[in-house]
Design a protein around this ligand. Sequence first.
Ligand SMILES: Nc1ncnc2c1ncn2[C@@H]1O[C@H](COP(=O)(O)OP(=O)(O)OP(=O)(O)O)[C@@H](O)[C@H]1O
Length: 273
Amino acid sequence: MPQPSALPAPAPAPAPPVIEVTDLALRYPGQSTLAVTGVTFSVPRGQTLAIVGEAGCGKTTLARALAGRAGLRKSSSPLVDGGSLRVAGHSRPKPGRRERARWQFDVGYLAQDAGERLHPRLTIAENVAEPIYLRDQKFDRREAGAAVAGLLDRLHLPLGFMDRFPHELSRGQRQRVALARALVLEPKVLVADDPTMGVDAIVRGPLLDSIRELRLDREFTAVVIAHDLPEVRRFTSRVAIMQGGAIVGLGNIDEVLDQPLHPYVRKLGEVAR
Ligand SMILES: Nc1ncnc2c1ncn2[C@@H]1O[C@H](COP(=O)(O)OP(=O)(O)OP(=O)(O)O)[C@@H](O)[C@H]1O
C-alpha cells in the first residue's frame, strides 16, 4: 500500500500568459522611425491590461499587431521590426492566410471608431452575426440569431434593435453593437482600441462597465486602450503607460503612480489624483 506522503503535492505550474509580448518593435511600411519600440508585457488568462498614453504614442499600432493585423499588404498595417508577440497561441509575424484567419477568429478586435464602420445596409443583427458567417457560411441561422440576441441583451441594447439599421442608433449604441460583433465568435482575447472614442461622456462609463461585466461572464483576456486613468479604474487595475512608442510604466495603477520611473508617468499621476 502506498504510504501517505508528508510532503505537500507540488503546486501546478502556472498557466502561460495568453498574451506575451517581448521587446517588440513595429514600424509602418516605408517609414524608418519605429511606431512601437522595445515593448514587453504579458497578460495572464482572464485578466485585462489597459493601455494609456498621449496621441501618436503607438497604442493603435500595438493593438493592430495584437489583433493579428500586422504584416498585411496595407498602409495601415505595421510590420514587425524586432522582438516577438504571442497572442492566444498565435505568434508568427507573417502568418499565412489560414493562420491569420484563425488569429483573427481567436482575437476579437474593436477597432477605433468601429461603431461608425458598421455596414450601413445591414441590420444590426446582420452586422453582429456577419463574422459567424465569414467563418462558416452554413452556420444555423436560429443559433446565430440567439447568439446575437444574447450579446445585445448583455450589452443593455433592446432586442427591438435587431432589425434596425446603424444610422437609426446613437453613436454610443453603435459602439456597443460593434463590441457585440467583436465578441460574437466568443474569442479568447478582446483587443479594444479606445472603445469610448467619440461617445458621449455620460455613456462612456456604462460602456466600460459592460466590457468588465462581459469579461467576467465570458472569461476572455483583454487589452483595452483607454483615454485616462480614471476611465481605466472602471474596468481594471493593471495598466501600461506608453510614450514615444515605448512603455514607460507597467503594473498596478497605484503602484505605478506611487513610484513613477518616468516624468510622463509623474505628470499623468498628478492629473489623475
Ligand atoms: N498607417 C500609418 N502609416 C505611417 N505611420 C503611421 C500610420 N499609422 C500611425 N502612424 C504613426 O505611428 C505612430 C503611432 O501611431 P498610433 O496611431 O499607433 O498612435 P496612438 O497612440 O494610437 O494615437 P491616437 O491616440 O491618436 O490614436 C505615430 O507617429 C503615427 O503618426
